[in-house]
Design a protein around this ligand. Structure first.
Ligand SMILES: NC(=O)c1ccc[n+]([C@@H]2O[C@H](COP(=O)([O-])OP(=O)(O)OC[C@H]3O[C@@H](n4cnc5c(N)ncnc54)[C@H](OP(=O)(O)O)[C@@H]3O)[C@@H](O)[C@H]2O)c1
Length: 253
């Protein structure tokens, strides 16, 4: 039975991936702050298939909680960091900016480091099979393509996540750690993170997004962007020279 640990699985993309994997026969360990949502998933699928742990990724305690899950579940095939928050912040309220840094950056670093070091330790102790590689995936965003004036911390934290994964890819080769990485960059997906009072162009259903993510993961894609419209958008976005980008004022999302 394949095993996954999903951080931030009480709603949205993390929950969708968790339920899809359970339905494919995986055993999963899922986390989030909303214990009632975790218990609901566990009741639906059974405790032998679903381990749960309440976790706030902003707390240093979260490393120890992940270590306990690794003890219970064993080394997983997939580790997915889906916890995240995002707000626009044109009034530049520092607390709002810093809350995104804490969840999207600090939380990710703490937990991705924990799993990376766990795999390194297990490999060095000879407890992994020669072909075993742990897949570490992080849900970043196309918003990390470049800094966005309406969402400074959100875009910057997503860029940081992508850069961090790239750094760890290189580190894994330097240190011979048997991991592979995926940087999953969704466009707009209909989940709780979107403001229900706003219109977002090219929004995809969560179910469809999960399908794209599972396909990308099964093909071991290093970067997963979906669908073709967002692929094209990112392609052109990257071509915009910085002095021009910084003068664009009409982008509201
Ligand atoms: N939906 C989109 O359009 C979109 C686009 C690009 C990227 N993304 C990224 O996709 C990821 C998942 O978001 P989503 O769209 O699925 O939104 P969501 O439904 O709001 O899910 C966010 C998940 O993160 C967890 N979370 C948030 N803060 C946490 C904390 N402090 N500690 C632990 N868990 C925490 C939430 O669980 P609890 O509240 O129970 O803690 C929830 O399970 C995020 O990183 C987001 O930036 C989303």
């Amino acid at each position: 039975m394949k095993k996954a640990i999903i951080i931030g699985a009480t709603s949205g993309i993390g929950r969708g991936v968790a339920e899809a994997l359970i339905e494919q026969g995986w055993q999963v360990a899922i986390t989030g702050r909303r214990i009632a949502a975790l218990e609901q998933i566990q009741t639906k699928y059974g405790a032998e298939r679903v381990l749960i742990a309440q976790m706030d990724v902003r707390s240093p305690e979260s490393s120890a909680i992940l270590a306990r899950l690794l003890n219970q579940l064993g080394t997983p095939d997939l580790f997915l960091y889906s916890a995240g928050i995002g707000w626009q912040n044109r009034d530049l309220v520092p607390e709002t900016e810093l809350s995104m840094v804490a969840t999207n950056c600090e939380g990710m670093v703490r937990l991705v480091d924990e799993i990376f070091n766990h795999v390194k330790q297990e490999a060095r102790a000879g407890r992994l099979t020669p072909k075993q590689r742990v897949h570490i995936a992080v849900i970043t965003s196309v918003a990390g393509t470049t800094g966005m004036g309406s969402a400074p911390a959100y875009s910057a934290t997503k860029k940081m996540q992508s850069t961090y994964i790239s750094a760890l890819c290189q580190l894994a080769r330097m240190e011979h750690v048997p991991v592979r990485f995926s940087d999953i960059r969704p466009g707009f997906v209909a989940t709780e993170i979107l403001n229900p009072n706003k219109h977002y162009p090219m929004t995809m259903s969560c179910e469809k997004a999960v399908g794209h993510i599972l396909r990308g993961l099964s093909r071991h894609r290093r970067v997963i962007i979906f669908d073709w419209r967002f692929k094209l958008l990112v392609l052109f976005w990257k071509l915009i020279p910085r002095p021009i980008w910084e003068r664009i004022t009409f982008i509201k999302n």
